[in-house]
Design a protein around this ligand. Structure first.
Ligand code: SF4
Ligand code: SF4
Length: 361
């Protein structure tokens, strides 16, 4: 396992993202046991990840608390008063069965949440927890433009920042520009969505031919990580591992440093261009837009929409024939617009859903 110095701690460069655990507890436990055995010591969960904190703590029962580092995140949209800050933090600690959280983040900052943090005095509440030793390091995650990143950085002397970056989304807010700003300020960076919600793990042939030509034994996902590992201030790369196979593949990728050669860079660039030619909607499957009050399964509809487009380009029957969800169809959408502001990708969800319906006639 490759390790980095991160906020004075020796942390595995591969972090276990806990938003998309396997379906059963037994599978999850097996994945975490293997990750622990192979030296993954950074576990990234959040208050709003469905039951993730409880499941994670159950899986880590029996391991020495000093053998792993826990993160969790404060959901700003759930705060009504400043008292909620400490209440939610304690609730996370209770679920995680811990007295302290090693890396605590303000979750998914945007212009609205930064304003709310200032108005409610959230940072002053968090400072109390830092002084008590309950929070060891404070950071934030962000899906917003550079301007909001800069405003967020003025809130506090943060120890680290988590941004989204992958070879397909280098300009996505705050994107690589965000990485450079953070690096120029000596703030270590954690990466989320390196495989774009799993999408880049499933790039089919012939789109991924440049990868196969470079090294047929490397998985699609491993190129995502190898690409990011060339940037030295990316200290931790999170992967939401949802099967033992994914854990094994990632452990192999992160087992040793490897030069990011010009040939590998060319292969990544070629695959990136191949993918961009086929996609219709920039959905990562993060599910922040869910649930839709009218029962539309938004990410599933978008996945099918993109797969159809990809199937057309590749003449891939399996993709072309993929069916839209029958009881969570876009036809249930009443165009209320409630989901739009929840989408970190800025997708005009009801408009795109309307487009998907044209395919379903
Ligand atoms: S706009 Fe459509 S998909 Fe979005 S919340 Fe409203 S009904 Fe659901
Ligand atoms: S539509 Fe937006 S919020 Fe919903 S799953 Fe896709 S990227 Fe996430």
């Amino acid at each position: 396992m490759i390790y980095n110095d991160f906020c004075g701690k020796k942390i595995s460069r591969l972090g276990f993202g806990c938003m998309r655990f396997p379906k059963t507890y037994e599978e999850t436990k097996a994945c975490i046991d293997l990750a622990m055995a192979e030296g993954v010591n950074y576990y990234d969960t959040a208050y709003v990840y469905n039951n993730s904190e409880v499941t994670l703590s159950k899986c880590l029962e029996g391991y020495d608390r000093s053998s792993y580092y826990l993160t969790s995140k404060l959901p700003i949209f759930k705060l009504e008063t400043k008292e909620d800050v400490i209440k939610i933090f304690y609730e996370s600690c209770e679920r995680l069965q811990t007295n302290y959280i090693d890396f605590y983040l303000l979750h998914a900052l945007n212009a609205t949440s930064v304003k709310k943090i200032k108005e409610l005095g959230v940072i002053d509440e968090l400072k109390k927890l830092i002084e008590q030793g309950r929070i060891k390091h404070l950071g934030f995650s962000i899906h917003a433009p550079k301007e909001v990143l800069l405003e967020a950085l003025d809130l506090y002397n943060f120890d680290f920042v988590q941004i989204q970056l992958n070879y397909l989304d280098m300009v996505h807010e705050p994107g690589f520009e965000g990485y450079e700003i953070l690096t120029s300020r000596n703030i270590p960076v954690v990466i989320m969505e390196p495989v774009k919600g799993g999408m880049l793990a499933n790039v089919p042939a012939p789109l991924n031919d440049p990868f196969t030509k470079y090294n047929k034994y490397y998985s699609n996902a491993s190129y995502c990580f190898r690409f990011l590992m060339q940037f030295p201030n990316i200290k931790i790369i999170l992967s939401g591992m949802s099967s033992l196979e994914q854990v094994k593949d990632n452990l192999n990728t992160f087992s040793k440093e490897e030069e990011f050669t010009k040939e590998m860079a060319d292969a990544v660039e070629q695959v990136r261009l191949n993918i961009l030619k086929t996609k219709k909607v920039d959905c990562t499957g993060c599910r922040y837009c869910m649930p839709c009050p009218f029962g539309v399964n938004i990410p599933e509809n978008f996945t099918v929409y993109n797969r159809h487009a990809m199937g057309e380009v590749l003449n891939n029957e399996w993709y072309k024939k993929m069916e839209y969800p029958k009881d969570a169809t876009a036809s249930l959408c009443v165009q209320c617009g409630a989901c739009i502001k929840k989408c970190p990708q800025g997708i005009n969800i009801p408009e795109v859903l309307k487009e998907t319906l044209k395919e379903q006639k």
